[in-house]
Structure formats: structure tokens, C-alpha cells
Design a protein around this ligand. Structure first.
Ligand code: SF4
Length: 365
């Protein structure tokens, strides 16, 4: 079994090297490719893909980690709700992210009831078991997770689970990509489009980036050779002075995406402006709970203090998320800030680029 897997890995690495050779032979002009998927960031670091590429092809990480892009205002709100006595249901990485009033872990240490889930549906079970307590699910993530949260909310409505609500902080990836493209400090030539998100929204969701902004795009799967195939496709577009959305993940991604999941989202959520860490408020880049399900919106249930502004100290996660700085540019990287003792969300989250670089010691530059 191990031999079979080892042989497979050898063939994958050989294919990566072959693609790197083809990319070098194409002799592209200097170009910057941004990945907007935490799993891509980790795979690039894990397999040292950046080091396989010619010097003029630069890979940078963008806002692809849902934990990392969650704004301080949302962290502040959910900690306040925890402090008011509600049971907080959340995914693991969110617990340790420091917010203006501390993290959910801090709130739990002070007596709050914070529960880590593996599936949003588990939050309904918590609500059923605690009919006399408020249960608030922290809804974060991109188009990948939003459908399951939508189904959770519609199921809660079907059961009339009045004690259940959601603090919705969901975000949409294409508007954030557009915001980065128009930022003159970012200078992005191409996007490695995310795999999981694209299974939901389809390749069509990025057409405007290619057509309106001239940005080369390629949807990539998660294996190292998948990523290298997508980079090679991007180089082909750059060399040909053209831009379109290449699908290098055809085994999972279709042009129109998953229309069932899209319908689930549309039935529960409305598109709204959203605040992103580092990127600020981006118009129409998030989801809010629509009128039909407004009783399940935690934002309507709690009286909260205004968010506290805080000094991020040495943490430059905001710049890292925009590709304006590398994790290694941070003075705290690897010293004051490590996965065991993280200062910012990019080191807390298993999908964060600081955590990826720390773990795999990616040589960026
Ligand atoms: S290394 Fe730590 S402190 Fe620095 S940007 Fe990353 S998460 Fe923030």
C-alpha cells in the first residue's frame, strides 16, 4: 500500500518538475499569481512549488482563509454574545482567534459556553438538547460552507427551533478578488482560482475578472500537479496576451457550478456588503440572512456594545491577506508568533498563510 502511494507521489513530483520545465521554457515576463484558497497555500508550501518556478513567476497568498478574513467586529460580537450567556457553536479554528475583547477561548475560560462543531447541523442538536438556552452558530466561510449553513437555518425554521440563531459573517470570493485587482498596490496579473469554492459557483463566476480586468485565471484542484497545471495554463494566457478562465479541475468544477447549492443559499441569504480583515468593507461581498428567516438572525437578538478598535501590534495579517506582505515580513513571525502561541488569525488557522509558511518553511521572495 505504502509502495503504491510512494510510487504515485514520485510520479506526481515528476509531473510537477516537467511542468516547471515547460513554464521555464515558455519564458514568461515577470508575473504575480495570487492564490485565494487556504488549501492551495498549504499545498504550495508543502511541496515547495514556488521554488520549482522560474524567478520571474511569483506566487502570493490572498484572502483564501475564512477564519483569517473574519473581521474584528464579528469576533467582538460573538464574544459579547458568549459573555451574555448564549451557547456559542463554532468551528475549531475560530476559538483561538484573538478579538478586541479576547478570543472565544478566553470567554470560555471565564465561564462562557463555547462548543466546537464538525458540522453546522450539530448546532441544531445542541439547540434541541438545550431548549431553555439560546444557541448561536457562528456562520463563517465562503461559498463552500454557506449552503450547509443555509440548510441548517431552513431546518431550524422547519422545527421551529426558536432558541437557535446564526451570527452570519459569510463572504463571497469573487468581489474580494475584484477589490484586489483594482488596488494599485496589489499588482496582480493572474488568479489561481479556488477549488472548493469553484465547485459551488462554477468557472463563470470569474469571467468578469478576465473580460473586464484582463486578469488571467485558472481554477485548480488540490494536488501539486493540479496546481502546476493551472499555473502553466496561466503562463500560456500571459504569453498569448489573452485572458480567460481556464478550468484545470474539470473532475469537480463545471461552468455553472452546483446550482442546487446556489439555490439553497439564495433561499435563505441575501447578498450584502461585508467587512473583511485587511480589505475593509467590500460592497456585495457577503451574505446576510434574508427577511423570511430574520428571526434566526443573531444580529437582531442581542444588544451589543459598539466594536472596540484595537491596535494589532506587530501583526500584519491585513497586509498578508492582500498579498502586500509576506508572512516572513512580519517581525513577530516565528519568534513572538508561532502556531503554539499565535498572535494573529493567519497563524491560528490551519488554512492561514503564516501557519503554512511556518510549517513548511516556504522560501518566498
Ligand atoms: S506572523 Fe503572526 S503576527 Fe505576524 S502577520 Fe502572521 S499571524 Fe500576524
Amino acid at each position: 500500500m505504502g509502495g503504491t502511494r510512494g510510487g504515485f507521489l514520485v510520479s506526481v513530483i515528476a509531473r510537477c518538475q516537467e511542468l516547471a520545465q515547460l513554464i521555464a521554457e515558455a519564458d514568461p515576463p515577470p508575473l504575480t499569481i495570487m492564490e485565494v484558497c487556504g488549501t492551495h497555500s498549504h499545498e504550495i508550501a508543502r511541496y515547495g512549488l514556488a521554488q520549482l518556478l522560474p524567478d520571474q513567476v511569483r506566487l502570493i497568498s490572498g484572502p483564501g482563509c475564512p477564519v483569517c478574513v473574519t473581521a474584528d467586529a464579528d469576533l467582538d460580537a460573538i464574544v459579547q454574545i458568549a459573555q451574555q450567556g448564549a451557547i456559542i457553536a463554532t468551528f475549531g479554528d475560530m476559538v483561538r482567534v484573538p478579538g478586541p475583547r479576547g478570543s472565544l477561548a478566553d470567554a470560555r475560560a471565564a465561564g462562557a459556553d463555547v462548543r466546537v462543531l464538525y458540522s453546522p447541523m450539530q448546532s441544531l442538536e445542541v439547540a434541541r438538547q438545550n431548549p431553555d438556552r439560546e444557541v448561536v452558530l457562528l456562520g463563517i466561510g465562503f461559498e463552500t460552507t454557506a449552503p450547509s449553513i443555509a440548510v441548517t437555518i431552513s431546518d431550524a425554521a422547519g422545527e421551529d427551533l426558536k432558541s437557535f440563531s446564526v451570527h452570519c459573517a459569510h463572504k463571497l470570493i469573487p468581489p474580494a478578488m475584484a477589490a484586489l485587482v483594482v488596488d494599485p498596490e496589489c499588482r496582480i496579473d493572474a488568479f489561481l482560482c479556488p477549488g472548493h469554492v469553484s465547485t459551488i459557483i462554477g468557472t463563470q463566476a470569474y469571467d468578469f475578472l478576465a473580460e473586464d480586468y484582463g486578469i488571467a485565471c485558472a481554477v485548480a484542484g488540490f494536488g501539486p500537479s493540479d496546481i502546476m497545471e493551472a499555473i502553466y495554463a496561466i503562463v500560456g494566457q500571459i504569453k498569448g496576451a489573452t485572458s480567460y478562465v481556464h478550468n484545470a479541475y474539470t473532475r469537480a468544477v463545471q461552468v455553472l457550478g452546483n446550482t442546487v447549492a446556489q439555490a439553497q443559499m439564495a433561499a435563505v441569504f441575501e447578498v450584502a456588503d461585508a467587512e473583511w480583515r485587511g480589505l475593509g468593507t467590500i460592497p456585495a461581498s457577503g451574505l446576510r440572512i434574508g427577511d423570511e428567516y430574520t428571526v434566526f438572525d443573531a444580529r437582531n437578538r442581542y444588544e451589543l456594545e459598539p466594536p472596540i478598535e484595537r491596535d494589532p501590534g506587530p501583526c500584519i495579517c491585513g497586509d498578508v491577506l492582500q498579498g502586500k506582505a509576506l508572512p516572513t515580513d512580519c517581525p513577530a513571525f516565528g519568534s513572538a508568533c508561532t502556531p503554539q502561541s499565535p498572535i494573529g488569525p493567519c497563524m491560528v488557522s490551519s488554512e492561514g498563510s503564516c501557519a503554512a509558511v511556518f510549517k513548511y518553511q516556504r522560501q518566498q521572495g
